[in-house]
Design a protein around this ligand. Structure first.
Ligand SMILES: [Zn+2]
Length: 453
């Protein structure tokens, strides 16, 4: 006989002894956020100015850890342990040396009992700016222009990080203490491997829910796709043009291999359309992308080697390792059966970045219901919280799949993320900060601080 399944979130099952948020509480919390919003924007500018492309996150993490220490958090900084890569399934492959970059987690225990715990997470790594001269303002100048703040990382996702910080501040300023423990997580590596989030789990940080304010236009992510990044090297037979028939072009082999991968993409798009209703409106959730290609040694020789890199998505419901085996066996079969590829050496397949499954936020979960209320209260008029799917990698997948945590991704309106003139809407950031504060209050439960009782 099977054992009964363990409760996924035991803390959710206990009586919470929470009093509902009353209008006077809500007003105090909202006012506390509005009173310090200029300070919050200045803090965001500081974070954007600490340019934190991969490997250069130390400066911004210092600002974050100082801010947490000043607020009385129990702060820990730790690096990604490279020994876990290839052993712990939460980690993705990488050879990038990150010894100078750390993850920062600030924790606050609660002196009360009966509440649920919450992790507020954000990543500080940003993608490169491209050509600075094409930006309206210097990408790391963090220029405020009307209702927008410009800069690389402003939207993705340093604004969200400030929302987490100032939301928790406001609860305290308004005279409340959360009844559950909170963690403030500032991670690295979201844009490349997800190993920052994986390391947070490896260090033992867990909570009953995690909220990540990525720039989602004030909607909540209902599901994302798994993502795998690969590099494929194919070998040809080099030859001089006068005996071209004796050669086999590695570039032609690469092109043929990519054609096969396009077929695989179609097969994966067609999988389980009924079981994945969330993805019904997404054109191509699998999104095979070949991002780089290089091959050949000499303009007038048949090329001997060609390498290309790319990414492919897959629907949630399967771990990345199993899906990677299917990808590899598909290519092996193609090289065995396609007359144009027969006899070529097997392609070399390397996994070179994020390799992670997707997650689904189960409809009807309590965390989302409370977030929906907070989302509505944060605006001047009633509004519904919309769900949408992200056909790309999110750190939320690491927490959902490997930490068994309810994972919410919900954050401000931003434009041009990963592009030129990235900017975040400040009125939206204000609303999101309010929503996060009210959600934390409702999720963890609040009580007037002891000295105020
Ligand atoms: Zn992001």
């Amino acid at each position: 006989m099977n054992e009964p399944p363990a409760l996924r979130h035991p803390a959710v099952e206990v009586a919470l002894d929470r009093r509902p948020l009353v209008p006077a509480d809500i007003e105090r919390i909202i006012k506390a956020i509005e009173d310090r919003f200029d300070e919050q924007v200045e803090f965001l500018q500081q974070l954007v100015r600490a340019a934190s492309v991969r490997g250069n996150e130390a400066g911004v993490q210092k600002i974050v850890s100082n801010a947490l220490e000043n607020r009385g958090y129990d702060v820990r900084s730790f690096a990604i342990d490279p020994a876990r890569i290839g052993k712990d399934p939460a980690f993705s492959p990488t050879r990038f040396d990150l010894k100078n970059s750390t993850i920062v987690v600030g924790s606050k225990q609660s002196t009360r009992e009966g509440g649920r715990s919450l992790a507020l997470n954000a990543h500080v790594d940003v993608v490169p700016v491209g050509t600075s001269a094409r930006w309206r303002y210097e990408p790391f100048s963090a220029t405020r222009d009307g209702e927008w703040l410009y800069g690389r990382g402003a939207g993705d996702m340093k604004a969200g990080l400030t929302a987490n910080l100032f939301a928790l501040d406001a609860l305290s300023t308004a005279g409340f203490e959360l009844k559950g423990a909170v963690q403030f997580q500032s991670v690295i590596e979201e844009e490349t491997t997800g190993n920052g989030a994986a390391m947070v789990l490896a260090e033992g940080f867990r909570a009953d829910a995690v909220l990540i304010p990525e720039p989602t236009d004030e909607k909540v992510v209902s599901a994302n796709t798994g993502v795998m990044k690969f590099a494929i090297t194919v070998q040809g037979v080099p030859a001089h043009p006068f005996e071209v028939a004796a050669g086999r072009s590695a570039i032609d082999i690469a092109i043929r291999t990519i054609e096969h991968l396009r077929q695989l993409e179609q097969e994966w798009i067609a999988e389980q359309p009924i079981a994945q209703p969330d993805f019904a409106g997404v054109d191509n959730p699998i999104a095979l992308t070949i991002g780089t290609i290089s091959g050949g040694e000499w303009l007038a020789s048949v090329p001997s080697e060609c390498r290309f890199e790319g990414r492919i998505g897959f629907y949630p419901g399967e771990m990345a390792e199993a899906r990677a085996v299917r990808f590899e066996s598909f290519l092996r079969e193609a090289f065995l059966n396609d007359p144009q590829l027969k006899g070529c050496p097997e392609p070399e397949i390397e996994w070179v970045g994020v390799k992670q499954g997707g997650y689904v936020l189960a409809a009807g979960n309590e965390a989302e219901a409370l977030l929906a209320k907070a989302h509505s209260l944060a605006a001047s008029s009633e509004r519904e919280l919309q769900r949408f799917v992200m056909p790309c990698y999110l750190d939320a997948a690491v927490f959902a799949l490997h930490g068994d945590m309810t994972s919410l991704v919900y954050g401000p309106v931003a434009e041009n993320i990963h592009a030129i003139d990235e900017r975040v809407s400040l009125p939206s950031l204000l609303r999101v900060t309010k929503a996060i504060a009210l959600f934390a209050a409702a999720w963890c439960g609040i009580q007037a601080r002891a000295e105020q009782v």
